[in-house]
Design a protein around this ligand. Structure first.
Ligand code: SF4
Ligand SMILES: [Zn+2]
Length: 340
């Protein structure tokens, strides 16, 4: 099956039926996690709002993204968004870093209307030092960002899912709708508007070997670095109802090794310029997430988190496990079609 027809097949019926009012009044999830502001480790308050979700997921969807399952199937009303916010604020303890996600674009009016956006951001004004949200590049404009800049006196961090700076990998393998240059231009616009652009890069999109995936993400760090204040390397994990899951089930995809992530961070650190380089893998150590042999995963994940929080990548070179040999053979032999 071609990547194109596979994408259409897998995307069919991905979006849930329109939700009732009870679901729409509840956010998807909320938690706190470790983060860093400057050189200081701080707790971050993470909130996932329930919205209509990403419009691109309706049209085609990205090959690794299963976030449509957390959406409403229709736009949330301002009253529903206000109720989600109020419930979340009841659990906010003044964490200095706040991350707002919507399973799509916070700046898309169909997901969060402009007045609700402003109210949500204003709720954290004077309380959080930095507030992050995600968007597709086409929504990062003066019209959408300007009012939020005025409503929030701290740092606005805007994350863009750039994934790869290679146009073929981004378009054909990840299935993004915009070109890499659209993401770089949006980052420059955001800087001009006084926001801090952050890039997500994908480690091991489908159809790449382990070695190609490392090279792709390191090259992407180098190209993206002048445009972004921070770069997060996100190793693929298998989400339900995605092209990547289909390939995984048919034994045509293995999530990246943690050794690949370690190598990507080490090589990426050398080309990141002034931007911050981090990775906080989802599902690390699990079969459906980035993993090694099972014995060393916890230690390697801890070292990756420390390196990300402290921006100190030297200690990664001290990591060792017998499985590193197998990984080295995989990287060497996979292009030849030979199993390690
Ligand atoms: S990865 Fe981002 S752009 Fe792609 S379908 Fe998911 S939410 Fe939309
Ligand atoms: Zn191991």
């Amino acid at each position: 099956m071609s990547p194109e027809s596979l994408a259409r097949t897998v995307a069919r019926d991905r979006r849930p039926d329109p939700a009732g009012p009870a679901d729409a009044r509840r956010y998807v999830n909320l938690w706190t996690e470790a983060e860093a502001l400057g050189g200081e480790r701080v707790p971050a308050f993470v909130l996932i709002l329930r919205t209509r979700g990403c419009y691109w997921a309706d049209l085609k969807g990205c090959s690794m993204c299963g976030y449509a399952k957390d959406t409403l199937g229709r736009s949330a009303t301002p009253a529903e968004l206000a109720e989600q916010l109020e419930r979340a604020l009841g659990r906010y303890r003044g964490e200095p870093y706040v991350k707002l996600y919507t399973s799509g674009s916070f700046l898309d009016d169909r997901e969060v209307d402009p007045a609700s956006r402003e109210a949500i951001v204003r709720a954290f004004a004077g309380r959080a030092r930095r507030l992050l949200f995600e968007t597709l590049p086409e929504f990062a404009t003066t019209t959408t960002v300007g009012p939020l800049r005025d409503a929030f006196p701290g740092e606005l961090e805007v994350a863009l899912g750039l994934e790869s700076t290679d146009p073929t990998i981004l378009g054909r393998f990840v299935h993004k709708g915009a070109a890499p240059s659209d993401y770089l231009d949006a980052a420059d616009r955001l800087r001009g508007l006084g926001a801090r652009p952050k890039a997500y890069l994908l480690l091991k999109p489908p159809y790449l070997t382990e070695g190609e995936a490392i090279d792709d993400v390191v090259r992407s760090v180098e190209v993206a670095a002048p445009h972004f204040d921070a770069i997060s390397i996100n190793p693929v994990h298998i989400q339900n109802g995605t092209v990547v899951e289909w390939l995984f089930r048919h034994r045509r995809y293995r999530p990246p090794w943690l050794w690949s992530l370690v190598t990507a961070l080490e090589r990426g650190a050398a080309v990141r310029g002034a931007s911050r380089l981090v990775s906080f893998p989802t599902a690390g150590g699990l079969a459906r997430g980035p993993h090694n042999c099972g014995r060393c995963d916890a230690e390697v994940l801890r070292a990756i988190e420390d390196a990300s929080l402290d921006q100190a990548f030297g200690p990664l070179s001290a990591l060792a496990c017998a499985c590193r040999e197998e990984w080295t053979s995989t990287v060497r032999l996979e292009p030849l079609g030979v199993e390690a």
